[in-house]
Design a protein around this ligand. Structure first.
Ligand SMILES: *Cc1c(COP(=O)(O)O)cnc(C)c1O
Length: 347
């Protein structure tokens, strides 16, 4: 048995205090409603195994994943009744898992409602479509007999463009209220992160922030309220000196204008550091900016070490990854920046 594992060359530093502070801020901002947490996609790439216990400690008691296998991976970390699966039951096996574990399915269609009831039913959530046309029971199906058999805890709908004041928020809110008047339920939920900023009319009993928990700013209303949660950090694999006129990386897109000291670091496409960061990304070592030179070259990136003459092989650098700014620089969405973080990071 091997006892000494090799040392990782890539880390995702998680600021647990910032995560908890973001949840508490969103919970307060949700007013009379409680804030839950969307922890699908491995808590947006941050690492659900770390995020769920930290959020529970902060007081969160409602968690949402997309897939059933995500739920199965989390049931030991919480009371399964705190967890709901947004995709809903696609098979009888999903229903059996839900009934045995206590995890709630979010019913999205009459078909899913029938399947759930045929397997014995019990507490579930219901998603009503108010304009997204992605998942959810249509407004026109709300009077259907089938739904009356359901024992609905949370009646959900989901906003199309909550971050955009000019979006169809008000129309969706009215439809959601209408749905609430038709289908008996315990709690009502509409707002994702952006929806929380739309005010009390959008809060219902429970909000479902995801992005903002992890440091995302859906719009300027979040500036100054939400803290950065994760920082990708990579080890320097090699330091080299290059002469003026030499090129760096695949396709030679950077040519050194002068003699330079450069460092090759262990981060690349598989880690979510995509080609859009080529010649744009910045890493730092004690605040000093170390810009990316040329292309991201598969598993590696070369950075300019001029600002950090003492930096050596084995040292660590941090990516500039504050989400609103990183989205601007890279052209990726804040969601892509988080969920794309690969499996090689030590989390
Ligand atoms: C992912 C998701 C959320 C969280 O959305 P954010 O924009 O990340 O806050 C909320 N509700 C539903 C139904 C979701 O699928």
């Amino acid at each position: 048995m091997l006892t000494d594992l090799p040392v990782p060359a890539l880390r995702l530093d998680l600021d647990g205090d910032a995560l908890a502070a973001n949840w508490r801020m969103l919970d307060r901002w949700s007013g009379a409603a409680r804030a839950g947490a969307a922890v699908k996609a491995d808590a947006y790439g941050v690492g659900a195994h770390r995020v769920v216990p930290l959020l529970r400690e902060a007081g969160c008691r409602d968690f949402f994943v997309a897939h059933w296998l995500e739920a199965a991976a989390l049931v030991d970390l919480l009371d399964p009744r705190e967890l709901a699966v947004l995709h809903g039951p696609l098979s009888d096996a999903d229903c059996r898992f839900a009934r045995e574990s206590g995890v709630r399915p979010v019913i999205n269609s009459l078909e899913q409602a029938r399947r759930w009831l045929a397997q014995g039913g019990g507490w579930c959530d219901l998603m009503v479509d108010t304009g997204m046309n992605r998942l959810g029971v249509a407004m026109t199906d709300l009077a259907d007999e089938t739904l009356r058999g359901l024992q609905v805890d949370v009646l959900h709908s989901h906003l199309v463009a909550s971050e955009d004041e000019a979006g169809p928020n008000e129309q969706q809110r009215r439809r959601w209220r209408e749905a609430c008047a038709i289908v008996p339920h315990q709690r009502a939920a509409l707002a994702n992160s952006g929806g929380i900023a739309l005010g009390p009319d959008f809060h219902g009993d429970l909000t479902r922030p995801g992005l903002a928990l992890y440091g995302g700013h859906p719009n300027a209303a979040f500036d100054g309220k939400i803290r950065q949660v994760v920082v990708p950090r990579a080890a320097v694999l090699q330091v080299r000196r290059i002469a003026a006129g030499e090129t760096v990386g695949y396709n030679a897109t950077f040519t050194a204008p002068r003699a330079m000291r450069v460092g090759t670091i262990a981060i690349g496409y598989a880690d979510g550091y995509l080609r859009c960061w080529s010649s744009r990304g910045v890493f730092r070592n004690s605040e000093k900016p170390l810009p990316v030179l040329g292309r991201v070259s598969m598993d590696m990136v070369v950075i300019d070490l001029d600002a950090a003459p003492d930096l050596a092989e084995g040292d660590w650098v941090s990516a500039d990854y504050a989400l609103p700014e990183a989205a601007q620089t890279s052209g990726l969405s804040q969601y892509e920046l988080l969920t794309g973080l690969g499996r090689r990071f030590q989390r």
